[in-house]
Design a protein around this ligand. Structure first.
Ligand code: PLP
Length: 438
């Protein structure tokens, strides 16, 4: 019996060249630890944690058990006025793991929803404080903040924006920090570029701080090809935000839960945002879940209002879903028990060494890394951007390795349980592919 579905036609796949996929489907049907099993029965090493999700590896028994137990007890209850224990317990554990001062969490189902939640809280926060003229939101070129209208408005990826009308008004963008001339083949944080944070001062000069609500950035941009922030860049953004009463939001949807070798990038870079979004690794990818963590100052602004009634007119049917909360609780326990964030940090030196070993191979014009993340940028084929990276992807998949491509950058973000031999395997296969593709 074939493991391939009878028809691939009806499912409109997200962020996928559907016609190409359906002509040559790369299908997986099972997973365990570091590996997928493809429908033709091959083991495929997962070098991207599914999609930056399964930081503790696939099908962790402890997480599976927690979900089953929860399902036996309570399948669903709303969080609109009816509470149930698990999301409260999960919230306490989550904020306990986050940088001090981010003491409250609003649950969502995805990173996109977490981002839109953060933007709405930022606007409502200023309104609550009688500072309602602060309506402007600042994003960054080359940023990805999911696919909601808020997220694509502050995001900086042209194809994600260009088809969807005028988007949110009152949005502007900081310059991105990617610069091959200055920073190619940097290890960890590049030396050059902290001054680009001064772009925020330029926007303050243009619009006046009294109209700016918040700035949102990815501490490490993932979807536009692993862009590690220049040394001092995030600190400088923090200082400028403080100077002008602007909220700073870190979108930690991919950088959270050990990816950079610390619980969150905020900890790794020692910069505390006012809000932080997360998802993906929050439940080890097992069930959809996201969150927006906020500072006490923000939470208190809502809770200390004199008028009785709902403090924030926002929420999702599945906010704090019992199964997601149970999965999240078990996931955080696994991260702690197995010391996975520390492990990521320990393994990151070896990871860096091996990935930078690709320097000098055909097509490679930059290599970037931090924690257990890496990006290998290839020179684009003339007149056919992205195609070379896609060919490398296919070569790798056919030979037992799942990687990700964004533009002409190959991206790597393996489960934090990866072993040295698997790191070797990953980059040996990529090296072979680079020698084969045109
Ligand atoms: N923000 C960042 C930084 C992301 O990388 C992503 C997804 O990759 C999102 C937001 C959106 O998350 P989701 O796909 O769960 O909506």
């Amino acid at each position: 019996m074939s493991n391939v579905p009878n028809s691939l036609e009806e499912y409109w796949m997200p962020f996928t060249f559907n016609r190409a996929f359906k002509a040559q489907p790369n299908l997986v049907m099972a997973a365990d630890g570091m590996y997928y099993t493809s429908t033709d029965g091959r083991q495929v090493l997962d070098a991207i944690s599914g999609l930056w999700c399964v930081n503790a590896g696939h099908r962790h028994p402890k997480i599976a058990e927690a979900i089953t137990r929860q399902l036996d007890e309570l399948d669903f209850a709303s969080s609109f006025n009816v509470g149930h224990p698990k999301p409260f317990e999960f919230a306490a554990q989550l904020v306990g793991m986050a940088p001090a001062g981010l003491d409250y969490v609003f649950f969502t189902n995805s990173g996109s929803e977490a981002v839109d939640t953060a933007l709405k809280i930022a606007l409502a926060y200023h309104y609550m404080r009688g500072d309602g003229a602060r309506t402007r939101l600042i994003g960054q070129e080359r940023a990805y903040h999911g696919v909601g209208f808020g997220g694509i408005s502050v995001g900086g990826m042209v194809k994600n924006r260009m088809y969807y009308g005028s988007l949110l008004s009152g949005v502007d963008h900081l310059p991105h920090t990617h610069n091959l001339e200055k920073n190619a083949f940097s290890r960890g944080e590049p030396e050059w570029g902290a001054h680009l944070a001064d772009g925020l001062e330029d926007l303050v000069a243009l619009y006046d701080a009294s109209t700016i609500a918040a700035v949102i950035v990815e501490p490490v941009a993932g979807s536009t090809g692993v862009l590690v922030p220049p040394k001092g860049y995030l600190q400088r953004l923090r200082e400028i935000c403080d100077r002008h009463g602007i909220l700073l939001i870190f979108d930690e949807v991919i950088t959270g839960f050990g990816r950079t070798g610390a619980s969150f990038a905020a900890e790794r870079f020692d910069v505390k945002p006012d809000m932080m979004t997360c998802a993906k690794g929050m439940t080890n990818g097992v069930l959809p879940c996201g969150g927006c963590l906020v500072s006490s100052e923000i939470y208190d602004a809502f809770m200390n209002r004199l008028e009785p009634g709902i403090e924030l007119f926002h929420g999702y049917t599945y906010s704090g879903h019992p199964l997601a909360a149970a999965a999240g609780l078990a996931t955080l326990e696994v991260y702690r028990e197995e010391g996975l964030f520390e492990r990521a940090q320990e393994m990151s030196a070896y990871w860096e060494e091996v990935v930078h070993g690709l320097k000098g191979l055909p097509h490679v014009i930059d290599i970037r890394n931090i924690g257990l993340v890496a990006g290998v940028e290839l020179e684009s084929r003339t007149g056919a951007p992205t195609k070379r990276a896609i060919d490398v992807f296919q070569q790798c998949f056919d030979r037992g390795l799942l990687i990700r491509t964004t533009g002409d950058t190959l991206a790597f973000s393996p489960p934090l349980i990866i072993e040295r031999e698997q790191i070797d395997f990953t980059f040996e296969l990529v090296a072979d592919a680079l020698k084969i593709v045109e």
